[in-house]
Design a protein around this ligand. Structure first.
Ligand code: SF4
Ligand code: ZN
Ligand code: ZN
Length: 302
């Protein structure tokens, strides 16, 4: 029987990547310490910052929000209703119940009233649903955070997400994306700072924290996630992880330590203001305004 390395009680958790056995109570402590260490390592924010946490109702974002408030950070939540049928209804409910239970502030924004739901938008756009959804979410999260006076936007991207994106960008040597793959994107003209405090925590570790902390999260995946290539990349990496625990963490951490500093040297972006809405954009018209123009022209045809 494995014993907790901290208190010698029966271990509830064994972390292969860290060769660590812990009881429930000490696992929660380990998780929160790891989040705190990551925040400090990358100088993400301090207790003086007003943080907006992007909340989806899933295990990662709710675990992040929970850990941040327990660590004493000023963190409010922001939920974007994507209008994806029952999945969106259920996830909104989870986010709302969590905020009520812990007496936290949750802001919500309804995409259908701002522009259109994700299913509607994807029917007018040739890009995969997740690509449309990602750019629309980034736009509204940044705009909302800036307008409401938040200086930092925190997302629940975990080690599995980050290593899968890194793997994909490395497979195609997408240097422009690799240059931006850092857990902190500093504030820039019109952009608030973006941070990923769970970047060194695996999906399993974040699910364990949620379960052991009694967090009620949505277990169903978004219907659009099915068939996404990122899922395949996660599967390949998990197979490697199984054979050699710690692979994902090594792959990601060593990229940040050895490769990122070289790429950063040449990282001046092409940031400008969108000619239509004035939000920061890489093109003369931002992605959201392009989508809005497409919607208008489609509706005129009908
Ligand atoms: Fe959006 Fe894709 Fe995530 Fe669904 S899986 S919420 S469509 S990014
Ligand atoms: Zn213990
Ligand atoms: Zn615009």
């Amino acid at each position: 029987m494995r014993k907790c390395v901290k208190c010698n009680k029966k271990a509830q958790v064994y972390l292969h990547a860290h060769r660590l056995s812990l009881c429930g109570e000490h696992y929660i402590e380990w998780f929160e310490n790891r989040v705190e260490r990551t925040i400090k390592e990358f100088r993400m924010f301090t207790k003086k910052n007003k943080i907006l946490v992007a909340v989806s109702g899933g295990k990662d974002s709710l675990s992040l929000w929970h850990a941040l408030t327990k660590l004493g950070y000023q963190a409010d939540g922001f939920y974007i209703n994507l209008g994806i049928g029952e999945y969106s209804q259920k996830s909104l409910q989870k986010a709302k119940s969590f905020a009520e239970k812990y007496h936290l502030t949750l802001h919500t924004l309804d995409l259908s009233t701002e522009i259109a739901s994700i299913p509607e938008l994807t029917s007018y756009d040739n890009r995969p649903a997740c690509s449309v959804c990602g750019s629309v979410k980034r736009y509204y999260m940044n705009k909302f955070a800036r307008e409401k006076g938040y200086t930092v936007l925190a997302t629940g991207h975990n080690l599995d997400d980050e290593s899968a994106v890194l793997f994909a960008n490395t497979l195609s040597w997408n240097v422009e994306y690799l240059k931006r793959q850092y857990p902190v994107l500093p504030e820039d003209d019109g952009f608030v700072r973006k941070v990923k405090p769970l970047c060194k925590i695996s999906e399993k570790e974040s699910a364990l924290y949620a379960v052991l902390s009694g967090i009620d999260y949505i277990e169903e995946e978004c219907p659009f996630s099915e068939g996404a290539t990122s899922i395949d990349h996660k599967i390949y990496l998990s197979q490697l992880e199984e054979k050699s625990p710690g692979t994902k963490l090594r792959f990601y951490s060593e990229f940040l330590r050895k490769m990122y500093p070289l790429l950063k040297e040449s990282s001046k972006g092409n940031l400008q203001k969108c000619e239509v809405c004035g939000e920061p954009s890489n093109n003369s018209i931002c992605n959201v305004c392009r989508l809005k123009l497409k919607l208008i022209s489609q509706k005129e045809k009908i």
